[in-house]
Design a protein around this ligand. Structure first.
Ligand code: UD1
Length: 355
């Protein structure tokens, strides 16, 4: 049996790591196609090295572009690869343009498609990720859901028969890496023994309106404790275009962290401020309170369990930088037991087509 994973953006490399290991452990042939959506060394190659992921078998080198151009170019370049390989499963991950391109290309070639991290919904139709999730789920043959809530969303859309609860593979990788990392690597002047915040901002809804971006940067800069801002290329590019200085006040800008560096920094942090989906969960798993700079989250369990709060305008500044901020003391087990990737491998093996 051959599984072909299609990935392209940073969070997909993180999810790929435990899945690649689980497929290898079961002796399942696995090929990796990298669309090239993310191409900077720190956004891509570093993850393959740090997380010991086999090098991609194909790199489509699509790069940046508008949604149509980027997604379309991926489909054009992916079609001959999948036509040649004819895998038993095309495995797609998450909610990026690479996810959608893989699902649409595969389904039109009559190749079975599995979607990992199926069923997440923000119900915000303005998010490109929401378009990608909904369309990928409805195009796919097997929907591998991380949570009960994701299963309920799929059921509500009439997709229950194709859905399977496997747990969250990001828990697998986060817990495994947390066992191995040492102290946080912080920029000069930030003392790991004193309270600091780890921040990331990259979503189009936060970066693409200059007024909104300026307000978020100003809120981060005005904090009473250091804010270590790991700057996504989109954030840097949008700030430069809008004439906004990122560095200033409490903010110390660092290049994007690798995965182990991020785990170490978050584990040692007083708080996380982010608009990333994955980081909300990593903060929860590592026991660090999170403020999410959005109006909704696909991971509401982090909010209901008291580890995450939605603050789209960063108005509750005191509550997230105040060292006394209260958090829940529950077991933090909403995202599975760390063995989701093996369930994914087992599900693919059990449902492979027989020719
Ligand atoms: C994409 C995903 C988003 C995910 C994020 C993780 C979509 C629609 N969005 O957003 O869901 O949370 O990845 O990071 O697929 N750039 C570089 N170097 C890179 C990558 C990007 O300079 O290696 C810059 C370019 O200016 C590019 C911009 O970042 O135009 C945006 O990159 P893109 O891949 O289009 O979307 P992300 O914002 O990274």
């Amino acid at each position: 049996m051959l599984v072909t994973s299609v990935v392209g953006a940073r969070p997909q490399f993180v999810k790929l790591a435990p899945v690649a290991a689980a497929l290898a452990a079961r002796g399942i042939d696995h090929r990796i196609v990298h669309t090239g959506q993310h191409y900077d060394e720190r956004m891509s190659e570093a993850f393959f090295t740090d997380l010991v992921i086999p090098a991609p078998d194909h790199n489509l080198a699509v790069g940046s572009g508008g949604h149509g151009a980027q997604t379309g170019e991926m489909m054009i370049r992916l079609e001959p690869v999948l036509t040649e390989e004819r895998p038993d499963w095309v495995l797609t991950y998450g909610d990026t343009n690479s996810t959608l391109a893989a699902a649409v290309t595969a389904v039109k070639l009559h190749l079975p498609v599995a979607h990992l991290e199926a069923g997440l919904r923000s119900f915000n139709r303005r998010m490109p990720e929401e378009h990608n999730r909904v369309m990928t789920d409805h195009a796919s043959d097997l929907l591998l859901a991380p949570t009960q809530l994701a299963m309920a969303n799929l059921t509500a859309e009439g997709l229950a028969e194709r859905s399977l609860l496997v747990g969250d593979v990001m828990t697998d990788v986060c817990l495994r890496v947390a066992d191995t990392v040492g102290a946080a690597v912080l920029p000069p002047g930030v003392d790991p023994a004193s309270p600091y915040v780890v921040a990331t901002i990259h979503r189009a809804e936060n970066t693409d309106d200059p007024d909104r971006l300026a307000a978020i940067v100003a809120a981060l800069q005005s904090q009473p404790i250091p804010v270590v801002l790991t700057a996504h290329p989109r954030l840097v590019a949008k700030c430069a275009a809008a004439g906004i200085a990122l560095e200033g006040g409490a903010v110390r800008v660092v290049a994007p962290y690798g995965y182990p560096e991020m785990v170490a920094a978050v584990r040692g942090a007083h708080a996380v401020v982010t608009d990333s989906g994955g980081l909300q969960k990593e903060a929860y798993l590592l026991g660090t309170p999170c403020t999410t700079v959005r109006t909704e989250t696909e991971w509401p369990e982090t909010v209901t369990e008291g580890w995450n709060r939605l603050d789209p305008h960063l108005t509750m500044t005191q509550s997230w930088s105040d060292p006394g901020a209260p958090v829940s003391t529950g077991p933090r087990d909403a995202y599975g037991d760390g063995a989701a990737a093996d369930r994914v491998a087992a599900a693919l093996a059990a449902r492979a087509r027989i020719e």
